[in-house]
Design a protein around this ligand. Structure first.
Ligand SMILES: [Fe+2]
Length: 394
């Protein structure tokens, strides 16, 4: 059974006003446009726009349409997909928020997981061996290492939970807990499905609300027909706590052996700007052809960045490749911080609002053909979210 989604052709979020507008004024404008109250898109010290959801009809989609959207590397937006099931996990989500609060107040994560609520589920299967801190990774808070035991025997080694801040900004207490194994960044994790499975089970043990994705039968059926696979598996799991003024800058999540990512909002609210990489490149090029927009950009980013990008946009392949460069400040600042560019993406219908119970599926075919996305926290408190990579069971 395919549950309803908003069709891509409907623009679910409207641009309301420039970020400098007061909340009162933005509220009046939103009301005049027939929208819900406005949300400010702000992150890590910059603000880009007031936006507001517009009540649009929810239409059904068929698998043919879904496949077309997925193949084109655009997001599949599934509002309300787990709203009904989520009611049964309120207690678990409350516990997870309590864990978040204690961690940002400086409590040690390993001690928190020793408390009966967690240790009662972890033991005797998950044996916490050690905690480490990677000095070379300033975003890392701590890594907890586990072995998996079965009747006292070790059946999987060196699983870990890596707890990291999402930014270096003092006023952004967003963090994530990543569940994986081995040496981060060096191994092709997809080659070891058994350990991926154990790491997935560890996520479920610490955050039982994970089953909202992993045991969701309609979602499995949807993904299996979407991807033409027999059995879907959810691996390389991440639990996010996006806090106000936090979120994620534009990025992709391409991993060998994985088809893409499913993200579920369990509490709070986020706004996503999500589009296929080729469309992102196209939008950047279109922007730089518009003299009026370039006039506005002069007040938004450094002149040397504008000069650099004006040359780069003449070569779409070079522009596409530059998106993946580690050091690409002119482009990174432009796509994330330019209010005029954000407004253009909003006008094209690339923004989605995710409230508790909403899902978004992000195809990640290859570096050159994948979905790019950027996330803003728009609730007044942190929100919990699940982000799991999608693969087939070997
Ligand atoms: Fe992502």
């Amino acid at each position: 059974m395919l549950k309803p989604m908003l069709k891509k052709t409907i623009n679910p979020l409207h641009f309301i006003a420039p970020a400098a507008t007061s909340r009162e004024q933005a509220t009046v404008i939103a009301r005049e446009k027939g929208c819900e109250p406005p949300r400010l898109l702000q992150r890590r010290g910059y603000q880009v726009a007031w936006v507001a959801p517009f009540n649009t009809p929810i239409k059904s989609f068929d698998i043919k349409q879904a496949k077309k959207i997925w193949e084109s590397q655009e997001a599949l937006y599934l509002p309300g997909y787990i709203t009904a099931e989520q009611v049964n996990f309120q207690e678990e989500v409350r516990h997870s928020h309590a864990l978040y609060r204690q961690i940002i107040n400086g409590k040690a994560c390993d001690e928190l997981l020793d408390a009966p609520y967690y240790s009662g589920r972890l033991l005797p299967v998950y044996d916490m061996l050690a905690t480490t801190e990677d000095e070379a990774d300033p975003q890392e808070i701590v890594t907890l290492e586990f072995d998996v035991l079965q009747e006292g025997d070790v059946i999987a080694e060196n699983l870990w939970i890596k707890l990291s801040w999402l930014s270096f900004i003092e006023e952004d207490p967003s963090f994530r807990l990543r569940f994986s194994f081995g040496i981060a960044g060096y191994e092709n994790v997809a080659e070891d499905f058994q350990r991926q499975r154990h790491a997935g089970n560890l996520t479920e043990t610490v955050f039982p609300e994970s089953v909202l994705i992993s045991q969701n039968k309609p979602l499995a059926a949807l993904l299996q027909s979407l991807l033409d696979i027999d059995q879907v598996a959810y691996v390389e799991r991440i639990i996010y706590f996006n806090a106000p003024k936090g979120g994620a800058q534009f990025h992709q999540d391409v991993e060998p052996g994985h088809f893409g990512v499913v993200y579920a909002q369990l509490s709070g609210e986020t706004v996503w700007i999500s589009l296929a990489k080729n469309n992102l490149v196209k939008e950047i090029i279109l922007f730089f052809k518009d003299e009026k927009k370039l006039d506005l950009l002069a007040d938004e980013i450094k002149p040397e960045f504008i000069q650099f990008l004006s040359h780069l946009v003449k070569n779409p392949d070079a522009l596409s490749a530059y998106l993946d460069e580690r050091e690409n400040d002119p482009l990174e600042v432009f796509i994330n911080q330019s209010p005029s560019f954000t407004q253009q993406l909003l006008a094209q219908g690339y923004a989605y609002q995710l409230s508790a119970g909403d899902l978004i599926l992000l195809p990640q075919k290859s570096i050159t053909n994948c979905n790019w996305h950027s996330v803003y926290c728009t609730s007044d408190k942190e929100g919990e979210a699940l982000s799991f990579a999608i693969r087939s069971t070997p």
